[in-house]
Design a protein. Structure first.
Length: 318
């Protein structure tokens, strides 16, 4: 499980992405990263550690640009090395970066086909690198010097046909914009929103949880649906399309850590009014959802997860 965010703004986005990653820190403490686009240049900083450890002031100054994506990692595939920290990047075509949450169950098979069919060599065991290269090769097949939204959606549709698993991702295409998409069953969450810049127009955000949107002063527009993709261009235009052949709109189980107050699968997650014992200072409350129960937990970013209590589920369909 990981946390992802992407922002297309009218001014520098580095601070908003940093703030978003701190809100998403419960989704991954192994590594963090941000990549921004500034004209025809990309600026990347990523490393192992917490958000506050990875980004110092000097790094933030270098992350210039009005568009960017960020990631916090909880390793479920591959290793815990800095080489597998995200966002990941490929030069061709166009310059594409990915922040990915989830797992591919056929990554070994797809890795082999990438080498034999697409002549793409992968340098890590990360299934995020697999997803990035599949999308990059499918977008290249569209054969456009400057692809439009329909070309991007076609590449995502072809990607769904090649990979299997539970995944959501935000992908930044240099000079074009950011696209967010979910697997055909909608197992991994993704939501998007906007806020008005009175002078310059709307700014847009895509994130793993709605609390990010709320905390940064954006307004939720909608969940990105199962098998759906949302493309936000640099000009602020938004395009949506179902890109999976057999998308299911039925909510699936979300096994992972979710902040109290988040909206997941259109449902508000609210803690019960029971008094939780052992209110440890410096630890953050999160929820663990395992289909049948909701646990409240004190999350210690430096050790492990302790002192949890099963509470009643107060779920309100919105």
């Amino acid at each position: 499980m990981c946390g992802v965010v992407g922002i297309v703004g009218k001014g520098p986005v580095n601070q908003d992405i940093y703030d978003a990653l701190t809100v998403l820190q419960h989704r991954g403490q192994d590594a963090a990263g941000i990549v921004t686009a500034d004209g025809d240049r990309l600026h990347l900083r990523k490393d192992t550690g917490l958000v506050s450890q990875v980004f110092q002031q000097r790094h933030m100054h270098r992350l210039a640009g009005n568009m960017g994506i960020g990631h916090v990692r909880y390793p479920t595939a591959g290793t815990s090395s800095s080489a597998e920290a995200q966002p990941m990047y490929v030069n061709s075509p166009y310059g594409i970066s990915i922040a990915h949450n989830g797992n591919l169950i056929n990554s070994k098979k797809v890795t082999k086909s990438l080498l034999e069919k697409d002549l793409s060599f992968l340098n890590t065991d990360s299934d995020s690198e697999v997803l990035l290269n599949v999308f990059a090769n499918e977008l290249r097949r569209q054969g456009k010097m400057s692809p439009g939204p329909e070309d991007i959606f076609a590449a995502i549709k072809a990607t769904h046909r090649r990979v299997k698993g539970a995944y959501s991702a935000v992908i930044m295409i240099n000079g074009l914009g950011i696209v967010g998409f979910r697997d055909p069953l909608g197992i991994r969450p993704l939501i998007f929103g906007n806020k008005d810049n009175d002078l310059l127009g709307a700014e847009y955000i895509i994130a793993s949880e709605s609390t990010v949107i709320d905390n940064l002063g954006y307004e939720v527009i909608d969940d990105i649906g199962a098998g759906e993709a949302v493309f936000i261009g640099l000009d602020g235009k938004v395009f949506r399309k179902k890109c999976a052949d057999n998308a299911s709109s039925t909510p699936n189980c979300n096994n992972g850590f979710v902040r109290i107050g988040s909206i997941s699968f259109g449902t508000a997650l609210v803690a019960g009014k029971k008094r939780v014992p052992y209110p440890a200072a410096g630890k953050r409350q999160v929820l663990i959802i395992n289909c049948s129960r909701i646990y409240i937990i004190f999350q210690d970013f430096h050790d492990n997860y302790t002192e949890y209590l099963v509470i009643s589920s107060l779920l309100t369909t919105l």
